[in-house]
Design a protein around this ligand. Structure first.
Ligand SMILES: Cc1cc2nc3c(=O)[nH]c(=O)nc-3n(C[C@H](O)[C@H](O)[C@H](O)COP(=O)(O)OP(=O)(O)OC[C@H]3O[C@@H](n4cnc5c(N)ncnc54)[C@H](O)[C@@H]3O)c2cc1C
Length: 616
């Protein structure tokens, strides 16, 4: 174990920490609390007298800020954008009455008006069509004067679901009061569609899935019964296997699969003598050629979607915050913190708002949201070992006046949560090799399209209640809402793809994207274009959004192991890194939260072991 050399990887920090666990220098509450999913537990005044700059007000930045502030640190969160949340973006209706209703329901004191997002735009320097995307979803039956609630309409334009094994996010939700409900990943009525299958006509998941299970069970039963498999076992043992296969595939008494009600009905059973009509078995070759089960021919680009729900991240049950994914960072922002965690500079844009709040008699309470300065783009992170503190340079803008300027501040530590590739372009004191590795991280483009529907046609027409239908069209998937069943409208995610398909989609104008997504929707639902409000469609290309470089890093730890080793081998100093790119879970909030915990732990370790050069 070498603690005195220039480079300290996170692993060696944690190994060192474990080795030192009995040492008197470590605060008792910190010892052994580095389990990845657990929020770091430090003594309340652990950070007293130390100030931390956090770069980015996404989930990683706000989580870092929350943990730091509640443990005595002074914190400033610099956010380049004019909105909070980063990739966790949930646009909501622009209508003023709707906004008022939302604040009255969730945040009646309106401490942070920018919390409600109804508009965004892609980066004018990179997007082919950066016109603002304004959310015009509306509940046609809602009368604001009635005192009744409207249907809550929003598009989770970034994250939309939480796997049940994402324990850190779920624990965080519990702590900060985010209410959750089931997110349906798979409804057996969801549709699968591919040009290479069934003449391009979509059919329900259950019909393909249970046909395949029956056919596989029949094949296995034949080889077991005829002694080609398990021949060395007793008859009794093989009969038990055959009985199991009969259950697995719903085989008949002759161990043949000739269809069953598992396949669903083209005409459902009803009263009196109406026995219904069961869907036909899908021939094995058709399923094999479709690509839905893998092994598809070159004509099929559908992908093995039949088995998606078996992946640990998509296994039942997933969860979603009630009211939209932005509830996580909104609840983070509303956590009360010690008042002295807020550090204001003389010309701080937050001062006026805080004074007004205090004058209005809100009891001088301070919240995590008070730590954030919007419209402050970090341009330099300089950690000169000869200086007592590190220097954070920024470019600020004031959208209300159009004024811009530059400034800098000194902090004891910094946690940066911006994408590695963006960090690589800043003026920093990071070694060239480290910066080169940051710039080499591969990012995946990602796009989404959202629709408000005119009715719940997928429920009444296809018995689909939540889940995802899949197609080999570039839209790839349509998500149905997991909430408000039986309502009069709802929001569909009408396209969600990544990689080259997203790249191509992002190259289109907004109108072309809308047109392409409507065409894709037609493949799953006839007359789709007439069933949604095409004029209210929203599109987003994440790789073209300001201060973003992609939807997520392409699993760097596994696809670029050497790059990942380099970017997780932090040069010793006062700069720490967090964000989902610095985790084994890129593209997941779990990665954002666990990396934030790791960064805070690393700061705490550095302070405790006396390795960091901190002004005292
Ligand atoms: C389409 C899509 C679908 C997804 N689906 C899911 C899902 O279902 N479930 C799930 O758990 N996760 C999902 N994710 C991933 C999830 O959104 C991210 O893991 C998480 O939001 C990342 O948070 P972060 O704080 O690490 O990064 P970000 O949210 O990107 O935050 C970084 C912040 O840094 C700011 N910034 C950048 N440069 C600067 C600068 N120079 N100065 C100041 N600020 C700067 C940015 O503006 C941004 O606010 C999805 C992502 C996308 C794009």
């Amino acid at each position: 174990m070498r603690l005195d050399t220039g480079l300290l990887s996170r692993r060696s920090v944690l190994q060192a920490l474990t080795a030192l666990a009995g040492a008197a220098a470590l605060p008792a509450a910190f010892v052994g609390r580095h389990a990845h999913a657990a929020m770091p537990t430090l003594p309340p005044d652990f950070g007293r007298g130390r100030s931390v700059a956090v770069v980015g007000a996404g989930v990683a930045g706000l989580t870092s800020a929350y943990v730091l502030a509640r443990n005595g640190f002074r914190v400033t969160v610099y956010e380049a954008d004019s909105r909070y949340g980063g990739r966790s973006l949930t646009p909501r209706p622009v209508r003023a009455e709707y906004r008022d209703w939302w604040f009255a329901k969730y945040h009646s004191e309106r401490q942070f008006p920018a919390m409600y997002v109804s508009e965004y735009r892609e980066d004018p320097a990179r997007s082919p069509d950066p016109q603002p995307q304004v959310c015009r979803f509306d509940d046609p039956l809602w009368d604001p004067q009635s005192g009744k609630d409207p249907l809550e309409l929003f598009l989770n334009a970034g994250p939309g679901r939480i796997p049940s094994d994402h324990v850190a996010v779920l624990d965080l939700c519990r702590r900060i009061g985010v209410e959750l409900e089931p997110y349906i990943f798979l409804s057996a009525s969801n549709l699968l569609q591919s040009a290479a299958f069934n003449g391009g006509v979509p059919i329900p998941f259950r019909q393909i899935n249970y046909s395949l299970m029956g056919q596989i069970a029949e094949m296995l039963a034949t080889v077991v019964r005829d002694g080609h498999a398990l021949g060395q076992y007793s008859d009794g043992y093989r009969n038990r296997v055959l009985a199991m296969l009969q259950q697995f595939g719903d085989l008949n008494g002759n161990l043949k699969y000739d269809g069953s009600s598992r396949l669903g009905y083209s005409h459902p059973p009803g009263g009196w003598r109406d026995a219904g009509v069961v869907n036909p078995v899908v021939p094995f070759d058709q399923t094999l050629n479709s690509g839905f089960a893998g092994g598809g021919g070159p004509a099929s680009t559908a992908g093995p979607v039949l088995f998606n729900a078996d992946n640990i991240i998509w296994q039942t049950s997933l969860l979603q915050p009630i009211g939209g994914m932005d509830r996580i960072w909104q609840r983070l922002m509303m956590q009360e913190i010690p008042a002295d965690a807020v550090e204001l500079r003389s010309d701080d844009p937050r001062s006026a708002g805080l004074s007004a709040r205090d004058a209005a008699g809100s009891g001088s309470k301070r919240y995590v949201g008070d730590l954030v300065v919007l419209n402050h783009r970090i341009t330099a992170l300089e950690d000169d070992a000869a200086q007592p503190r590190m220097r954070v340079g920024y470019a600020w803008s004031d959208p209300s006046t159009g004024k811009t300027g530059e400034g800098s501040a000194a902090h004891d530590f910094c946690i940066s949560t911006m994408a590695p590739n963006l960090l690589a372009t800043l003026k920093t004191s990071l070694p060239n090799g480290f910066r080169a590795a940051l710039g080499a991280v591969l990012q995946s483009p990602a796009i989404k399209v959202g629709w408000q529907s005119k009715d719940r046609f997928w429920e009444t027409g296809n018995q689909i209640y939540g889940g995802i239908s899949w197609t080999d069209d570039p839209i790839r998937q349509i998500w149905y809402p997991s909430e408000d069943y039986g309502a009069h409208t709802g929001v569909l995610t009408g396209a969600y793809n990544s990689g080259p398909q997203a790249e191509a989609f992002g190259n289109l104008s907004q109108a072309q994207r809308i047109e392409a997504a409507l065409r894709g929707g037609e493949k799953l639902h006839a007359r789709f274009s007439q069933k949604v409000h095409a004029d209210k469609g929203l599109t987003i290309a994440w790789h073209l959004m300001p201060h973003q470089i992609g939807g997520w890093a392409v699993d760097t730890a596994n696809t670029q192991p050497e790059i990942y080793r380099q970017i997780t081998t932090l040069p010793q100093g006062r700069l720490y890194l967090a964000g989902d790119a610095w985790s084994q879970l890129p593209g997941w909030k779990e990665g954002a939260v666990t990396s934030a915990y790791a960064a805070v732990e690393s700061i705490a370790y550095g302070m405790t072991a006396g390795k960091a050069k901190v002004a005292r």
